[in-house]
Design a protein around this ligand. Structure first.
Ligand code: ADP
Length: 447
């Protein structure tokens, strides 16, 4: 097992990793930018190193500074969290070259899944059902038109290097296609430095359902149920739940087995998520994330596993300690991503938290690095924390969420807490009757 882990991240996930490392008896090193010197993960870590100025490219994305911090502190492994360098294959390779274990999958797998065109090709070869679309990238507009007519409109133009919902454009009719291609290419080039795009059938009313998997790189892999992440704003997840209200046990087992078997064939190592759109009883692969995800706690709540601990054990070379049939998924869990943003306009609201009172009680978990007096810097994403609840049934989880949201107080900055208080009281949410467009429509109608 490792002696010291360097946590190459910030915010709630840095704290989450620190907690897992402490429970394994592993020493921790926090790194931080000058904007984060008062952060909770810095205060709680055994050691901390300032790695640069506020801009992420000079600090949390600064590979030489991170490796220097490993060198100075003697850390033997790096946990990248999510975002920042977590899906950077080059970084994973550089860590290995410097004798530091990257807690994550093999660099090759990160690379394949980081290119969505390559990812779809691989998924198809592994027997995972995909959204109908172009075989590879589309460069020529005339050729794109032929493919789009073959798939049938509406089609979605997507960036090969995409992430965070950027570089995606819908063409409803043939007349929209060339503009959608041009806009998606420009956006992709600006955001990712790569203008490669591909075409996909635009599904009209799907749900977003993803499967959590764990592989040990030795050919063993399990699936740990699904997460329904259909409540989205601008293609970004807002609330997630497991199990999905849309699936029955047979469907769950079938898609889970397809994913686990694909990961066995790939000899995948670490935690990963295979994302699907689900419509009319069919699953369509959209992408795979080769890292821990923001919404991982709901899977932990129903499985009893600590997914970060699992990642660390796998990276240290341990084979999976259980088989599929040993996993026992119980009850229901829901997560709300609480942002420091205005609940209606979503304008970021950085600044000092004057009063902070998180909820507690049975079945309630708050993953947050916030505290009273903490100043949320304007330099990073605006998530202040995640409220996660668990119940024996979906209804129990919803009632628990309602009372936990009512207990939660964050004063001094705007938060999206009022939005969640409205959502949990909405009858369609209570019925589980929502698709990926539901939230946008709800917000457009005034919430
Ligand atoms: P990103 O990596 O940018 O998050 P994804 O491929 O994961 O992109 O897609 C993000 C979201 O965009 C999905 O959850 C879904 O809401 C929407 N989306 C993606 N592909 C399609 C599609 N073919 N049809 C309809 N919506 C889609």
């Amino acid at each position: 097992m490792f002696e010291k882990i360097l946590i190459a991240n910030r915010g709630e996930i840095a704290l989450r990793i620190l907690r897992a490392a402490k429970e394994l008896g592993i020493a921790t090193v926090a790194v931080h930018s000058t904007a984060d010197s008062e952060a909770m993960h810095v205060k709680l870590a055994d050691e901390s190193v300032c790695i640069g100025p506020p801009a992420a490219r000079d600090s949390y994305l600064n590979i030489p500074a991170l490796l220097a911090a490993c060198e100075i502190t003697g850390a033997d492994a790096i946990h990248p969290g999510y975002g920042f360098l977590s899906e950077n294959a080059k970084f994973a390779e550089i860590c290995t070259d410097h004798g530091v274990v990257f807690i994550g999958p093999k660099a090759d797998h990160i690379r394949i899944m980081g290119d969505k065109i390559e990812a779809k090709r691989t998924a198809r070869a592994l027997g995972i059902p995909c959204v109908p679309g172009s075989e590879g990238g589309v460069t020529d507009d005339d050729e794109a038109m032929k493919i789009a007519e073959g798939i049938g409109f509406p089609v979605l133009v997507k960036a090969a290097a995409g992430g965070g919902g950027r570089g995606m454009k819908v063409a409803h009719t043939a007349a929209d296609l060339s503009e959608a291609l041009a806009t998606a290419r420009t956006e992709a080039k600006a955001a990712f430095g790569d203008d490669a795009v591909y075409l996909e059938k635009y599904l009209e009313k799907p749900r977003h359902i993803e499967i959590q998997i764990l592989g040990d790189g030795l050919g063993n892999a399990v699936h740990i149920g699904e997460r329904d992440c259909s409540l989205q704003r601008r293609h970004q997840k807002v609330l997630e739940e497991t199990p999905s209200p849309a699936l029955n046990q047979d469907q769950r087992t079938r898609i889970g087995e397809i994913c686990a078997s694909a990961m066995r064939k790939l000899q995948y190592s670490g935690a990963g998520t295979i994302e699907f759109l689900y419509e009319n009883g069919e699953f369509y692969f959209i992408e795979m994330n080769t890292r821990i995800q923001v919404e991982h706690p709901i899977t932990e709540m129903i499985s009893g596993l600590d997914l970060i601990v699992e990642q660390i054990k796998i990276a240290s070379g341990s084979p999976l300690a259980y088989k599929q049939e040993d996993l026992d998924l119980r009850g229901h869990s829901i997560e709300c991503r609480i942002n420091a943003e205005h609940p209606a306009t979503f304008r970021p609201s950085p600044g000092r938290i004057l009063y902070y009172h998180p909820p507690g009680g049975v079945g309630v978990r708050v993953d947050s690095a916030a505290y009273q007096g903490y100043v949320i810097p304007p330099n990073y994403d605006s998530m202040v924390g995640k409220l996660i609840v668990q119940g024996r049934t979906r209804n129990e989880a919803l009632m628990r969420l309602r009372r936990a949201l009512d207990e939660f107080i964050v004063d001094g900055v705007d938060t999206t807490l009022p939005l969640f208080r409205a959502l949990v009281r909405n009858s369609e949410i209570q019925d589980g009757a929502y698709d990926i467009h539901w939230l946008e429509k709800f917000l457009a109608a005034g919430g």
